[in-house]
Design a protein around this ligand. Structure first.
Ligand code: FMN
Length: 408
């Protein structure tokens, strides 16, 4: 599948536009809309009620999610004219490594609920489109299976952090992630218990408790967890999936948070870059720098965890001003278009994580749907930058001077 593949030889994103218009000359239309606002309804009509509620769902009244979306409209791009330049250079550098594009597929669990291809489809699409793929601890298949489909692509690992009495399992998860060459560790801090999510509660649906081996597949394949389960219950995981699912989800969502000192254990067990995901305050960003991590993801989990929150984008420039010279700053929550990406980069993010849009792509058409979403976002990003007279995403070309804050 990946014969003659080179991670650094990506196609020009804007070529998707010419490809679509050329096909149009033969009366062919794109099989999935190019309009990002259509992806959610197109996916939802194909998904089960449980899966749709899980993906679309947010905490409480959706206030945090709604604010994420509103926040992008407050920042307007003021284009530069008569800038003689080639198409923009989209390369970014993080942790000493160069990436063709400033986006990654963010960690999203339980993907087989939206499409039987699950993580196979999304990780393959990420590799084919030359963007990193972040494997979730809640993946619906094992590390090894995802490594096979993502092949020569770049993998990162996102940890849902077990409580301290389960440090043996944390160490095992990190070791397995290393063994499949995950380059970066992303530790999610905002999900020590699932948020209050009305759409899932109305459906009585918690994918992590189901005995279908979807929500906890990666965990149930863990040798340390399996050995312990056998010792304690005298049966294999497969012989009591109800109990195994409940036990593993209790380990990764223990209900209580860690504290900053606990990061030492992570550092001792991971020798690559460590990124904390879920930072929303300047104070926490400063703590992250103080405790010696390498980066943060300014994220509110797409508003899925805590209601009544601030838009992630609103906090981004404040956090960049406080720690941008000490940490690599990544960003997510609400990215839906090329201009959303431009705004996050202009406000100081080095890379953005894509969440729901690629899962909608997966739900609509598997690998092909995810590739379509990535190509649309990157094509739109490239042309938006080019038409704004921005020659590259380097901070000397793309920064806050491009934006006007409109408090309407
Ligand atoms: C269905 C779904 C599952 C998710 N699972 C995880 C996960 O396993 N780990 C994690 O850190 N974040 C998870 N997230 C959060 C995303 O990584 C990301 O922060 C969020 O989707 C960004 O918001 P957006 O989708 O509105 O752009 C999930 C999000 C969705 C929509």
């Amino acid at each position: 599948m990946y014969r003659n593949y080179s991670w650094y030889k990506a196609t020009e994103p804007k070529s998707y536009e010419s490809e679509i218009y050329d096909n149009g000359l033969n009366f062919e239309r794109p099989s999935i809309s190019v309009d990002p606002s259509k992806w959610e309804p197109l996916a939802i009509e194909r998904l089960s009620k449980d899966a749709a509620g899980y993906v679309y769902g947010s905490a409480g009244t959706r206030e945090t999610t709604d604010k994420n979306h509103e926040s992008y409209k407050r920042w307007s791009i003021i284009p530069n004219r008569l800038v003689k330049s080639d198409f923009p250079d989209l390369r970014t550098k993080l942790f000493g490594r160069e990436y063709s594009f400033p986006i990654a597929l963010g960690p999203v669990g339980v993907q087989r609920i939206v499409n039987p291809e699950g993580e196979h489809g999304s990780s393959k699409a990420a590799t084919l489109e030359h963007v990193p793929y972040v494997i979730s601890t809640a993946a619906s298949m094992s590390f090894e299976e995802i490594a096979e489909s993502s092949g020569p692509g770049e993998r990162w690992y996102q940890l849902y952090w077990p409580s301290n009495e389960n440090n043996d399992i944390t160490a095992s998860l990190l070791k397995r992630a290393k063994s499949i060459d995950c380059k970066v560790l992303v530790v999610t801090l905002d999900t020590y218990i699932l948020g209050w999510r009305p759409s899932d509660m109305d459906n009585g649906y918690d994918p992590f408790l189901k005995p279908d081996k979807i929500g906890v597949a990666l965990g149930l394949s863990d040798p340390v967890f399996r050995k312990r389960f056998k010792q304690e219950h005298g049966v294999e995981v497969e012989e009591d999936l109800h109990k195994a699912a409940r036990e593993f989800s209790g380990i990764i969502f223990p209900g209580l948070s860690h504290d900053w000192e606990d990061l030492k254990f992570i550092r001792e067990n991971w020798d690559g870059p460590i990124v904390l995901k879920g930072i929303q305050s300047v104070a926490d960003a400063k703590k992250a720098a103080e405790f010696g991590v390498d980066g943060i993801v300014v994220s509110n989990h797409g508003g899925r965890q805590q209601d009544g929150g601030v838009a992630s984008l609103t906090m981004l420039p404040k956090i960049v001003d406080a720690v941008g010279d000490k940490l690599e700053i990544l960003f997510d929550s609400g990215i839906r278009s090329g201009s959303d990406i431009v705004k996050a980069l202009a406000l100081g993010a080095k890379m953005v994580l894509i969440g729901r849009p690629y899962i909608y792509g997966l739900g609509i058409a598997g690998t092909k749907g995810v590739r379509h979403v990535i190509r649309c976002l990157l094509g739109d990003l490239e042309l938006t930058l080019h038409l704004s007279g921005v020659p590259s995403i380097a901070p000397e070309h793309l920064n806050r001077d491009l934006l006007l804050y409109e408090d309407h």
